[in-house]
Design a protein around this ligand. Structure first.
Ligand code: UGA
Length: 438
């Protein structure tokens, strides 16, 4: 099938290469010439395990190319909107500028037999308004909503082996049949292995995505709220998570207490969901998400507070090593990163912060020039009065506490991700503190 993807970020570029890898002919469109040139040269513009392989193989097959010229979309049949929907600069709602621009750029090149598929995370009601936008321009292409659920760090796997596929179809039966036929053809290899397909209308599909992310955010804030109680009582949140996670109605995933969630999705999605509920007159329905957001933000400030206490009440002239800058391991994404928030806050209060990240040092250097970067954990920790582990990269989980102790000024470590074994670190002479564990 001939498919265009509009937007070549973490979602669109991976989707384009993955769709080409299963036999489709794919054109990735983006307004950023450098990104398009890199992708055409097989250079991933971001860190995503497994992506380079699928990208270079798809390019070599001749079924994948990238362009900034939307008129190249002319002969293609399905057009997949993969652009970002960030939080608005001065409000909680989602900024749909890129979605509207994507549709407007496609409009002159669409045939009535084409299908437009939305994969971006959007406020409920967006698909219906985009369909109106197409019709107002005299375009009868079918529109369906097909949300994505990929996780950064597992993007290729999640795209090629999704645990479910959601079809949000239009009310019009003929248009719905056209959209469904295109979706079935695109996802044929996934359907062959009996990936569950869940079908609903536009609003349902849009809400599936924000409900999933809100639920995940709620799970994380739930366990972080329990961690706060643990800190007041001497209980161990990781044992509690293990025990409640063994109940298969609860499940063990997304119950890792720590410094909370970040990234380009969960924080902005819960805020956009609340903002949309407000517009729809059902503010109270999602009032609990405000608390989810508060708990999450509180965890970051909590680490700043215990760091200050560990340093004897002041950051001034103290050297603090920060391990990790990205919002989670195996990604170079620093959007809404709890690690960067904490590092910047501590630096702003007078500490000399040295940060290290296996893939994001350059980005940190460009975006936060006030933070010193170091090659690795041992270099960052040299002479440090305090070490903070804030992103649980494998490199940091496997650190040698004896070797690290030899380079630090004071062997005091705060593990913001509960990623290390307390006994091992204490046995090596460290003062070890973690989140919600005694
Ligand atoms: C999230 C969802 O998990 C995906 O299903 C969804 O498709 C994606 O957003 C999206 O909307 O595009 P992602 O942002 O890649 O994926 O990251 P997650 O793996 O969900 O992690 C989010 C944050 O929660 C990270 O900062 C992570 O460190 C934190 N987290 C996760 C915890 O603090 N505790 C946990 O137990 C799990």
């Amino acid at each position: 099938m001939k498919i265009t993807t509009v937007g070549c970020g973490y979602l669109g570029a991976v989707y384009a290469a993955s769709m080409a890898s299963i036999g489709h002919e794919v054109l990735g469109l983006d307004v950023d010439q450098k990104k398009v040139d890199d992708l055409n040269a097989g250079i991933p513009p971001f860190h995503e395990p497994g992506f380079e392989k699928v990208l270079t193989e798809a390019l070599a097959s001749g079924r994948l190319r990238f362009s900034t010229d939307y008129s190249d979309a002319e002969d293609y049949r399905a057009h997949v909107i993969c652009v970002g929907t960030p939080q608005q600069v001065d409000a909680a709602g989602a900024d749909l500028t890129y979605v509207h621009a994507a549709v407007d750029s496609l409009i002159p090149h669409l045939d009535d037999t084409d299908v437009v598929l939305g994969r971006s995370t959007v406020p409920v009601g967006t698909a219906a308004s985009l369909r109106d936008r197409l019709r107002a321009a005299g375009v009868n292409a079918a529109l369906a909503w097909n949300p994505e659920f990929l996780r950064e760090g597992f993007a290729v796997k999640d795209t090629l082996h999704p645990d479910r596929i959601v079809y949000g179809l239009p009310d019009d039966a003929e248009e719905a049949a056209r959209a469904r036929a295109a979706l079935d053809e695109m996802y044929a290899p996934m359907l062959e292995v009996e990936t569950p397909v869940v079908v609903g209308n536009y609003a349902t599909a849009e809400l599936v995505k924000v409900s999933a992310n809100s639920f995940l955010a709620t799970k994380i804030s739930f366990i972080n709220a329990v961690a706060e109680v643990c800190e007041a009582t001497g209980a161990d949140v990781s044992v509690i998570a293990e025990a409640i996670g063994l109940d298969d109605r609860i499940g063990p995933k997304f119950l890792r207490a720590g410094i909370g969630f970040g990234g380009g999705c969960l924080p902005k999605d819960i805020r956009a969901f609340m903002a949309r509920a407000g517009e729809l007159g059902v503010t109270e329905a999602l009032g609990f998400l405000r608390e989810v957001d508060h708990v999450n933000n509180r965890r970051r400030d909590h680490v700043v507070n215990i760091a200050r206490r560990a340093l004897g009440g002041t950051f001034t002239d103290k050297r603090v090593a920060v391990l990790g800058a990205t919002f989670k391991p195996d990604s170079d994404d620093t959007r809404q990163s709890p690690a960067l928030y904490i590092a910047s806050k501590i630096s702003g209060r007078g500490a000399n912060v040295v940060i290290t990240d296996p893939v994001a040092n350059e980005r940190v250097h460009a975006e936060r020039p006030n933070l010193e970067t170091a090659e690795d954990a041992y270099a960052a920790a040299a002479g440090a009065d305090l070490v903070l582990l804030l992103t649980e990269w494998k490199e940091f989980r496997e650190l040698d506490p004896v070797r690290l102790r030899e380079v630090v000024g004071t062997a005091h470590l705060i593990d913001g991700r509960n990623a290390l074994d307390p006994e091992t670190w204490r046995a090596a002479g460290w003062t070890y503190e973690s989140m919600g564990r005694p």
